[in-house]
Design a protein around this ligand. Sequence first.
Ligand code: ATP
Ligand code: MG
Length: 447
Amino acid sequence: MEIPSQIEEILDRLESAGFEAYIVGGCVRDGIMGNPVHDYDITTSAEPYQTERAFSDCRVVETGIKHGTVTVLYKGISVEITTFRIDGEYSDGRHPVSVAFSRNIKDDIARRDFTMNAIAYSPKHGIIDPFGGENDIRSGIIRCVGDPGKRFSEDALRILRALRFSSVLGFSVEEKTKAEILLKKETLRKVSKERTFSELKRLLCGKNVKNVLLEYRDVIGEIIPKLCTEFDYDQHSKYHNSTLYVHTARAVEAAVPRAAVRLAMLFHDIGKPLCRTADENGEWHFYRHAAKSAEIADEILRDFKCSNILRERVCDIIRLHDIPVELDEKTIRRRLAKYGTELYRDIMEAHIADDSAKQPFTLRRTETAREAIRLADIISSQAPCLSLKDLAVNGADLKEIISPSPKMGQILQNLLSEVIDGSLKNEKAELIVRAKELAGKNDISKI
Ligand code: ATP
Ligand code: MG
């Protein structure tokens, strides 16, 4: 396995000081899979003070000293180095009451969650894989280290990690591990909202998310009870060929893998059951469900302590997920001015995902939304004037030609909308002429 030279040097340094040292966990898993490694964790027989001594020439931060972790800044990279550890009893279903240091790598490996994450490697000692993790990686299997019931009782977060890994890596969960996940789902209440939400976001961005949402529907219902109203909900609609929850799961997977859009798809129809009406043909309709869904999503996201910026973006996408897709340039310009380029794109992405998850005949509508994105990209690349700050005149310019009045703001707004519509060029001379004209009218708002 190839590892960066700095990591190899850190391992060497610890070994030369008389300790064992390995890379461990996600980096070994990702390395075996041939995936890019985003950070290296090191485990060692050295106790934290011994690690600190070995790196006395470097900056060392005592990040989790009680749990044996220090962070070393070595030649431009920052690496967590943790002492081999045995976790004590777990009393709150989340954290061990105590941890004990060990001199044996096998102890440290045994405390890890899944076999694929329980492999250590060093150039000197090779692969240490007592639980058959490499085999499970090759077969695409997520399996608890030890007894699944006990491991999930110790720490309920592992339930969400299993689902997240299944979604992101496309692995399936081994049978006993799966059975215990379903059995222990209620213990997820012990996991903080922040941690739950952080796992949910990663889960949603996985390539296998549809299967995970469907297979573990009851776990999802446990962390987002309001979604349960979608389960087995037949929409009685000619556009749909699946129940509301299945449509939702399909739409999530069809969306670009960005948290804002995928969260929006997860909640885009959650308000439907509350907006149902039936027509004389027995067809159901869900007028104003987008606004209702945005309202519910807002509550859920607040409860998850989601950042304001992400919450607002998700709710905007949901609120606008069913606006008609228009391809004329004027409308697109107006929308870009109103929503901003990024939100406009996200709304079109939501259309694509939504229509990909309905009856096959709605698929062609995804082409229209794609075309709208293409046109929006062209318009944006021409540095268009879409807001007052882009306008070639400002309030100060107007003051020179017309006497200051409350009308001024309205005149600027009118100039801007005419520029956005393309009926006026964003050039100072032209804008001034038009401003004078507008100033002469009595009721500008009607122009
Ligand atoms: P990624 O960094 O991609 O999320 P990872 O496996 O590296 O994946 P981390 O949260 O960085 O996950 O944890 C590093 C390692 O620590 C894991 O590979 C696993 O061995 C162990 N680990 C993490 N969380 C737990 C847990 N809740 N219970 C047991 N072991 C855990
Ligand atoms: Mg990691």
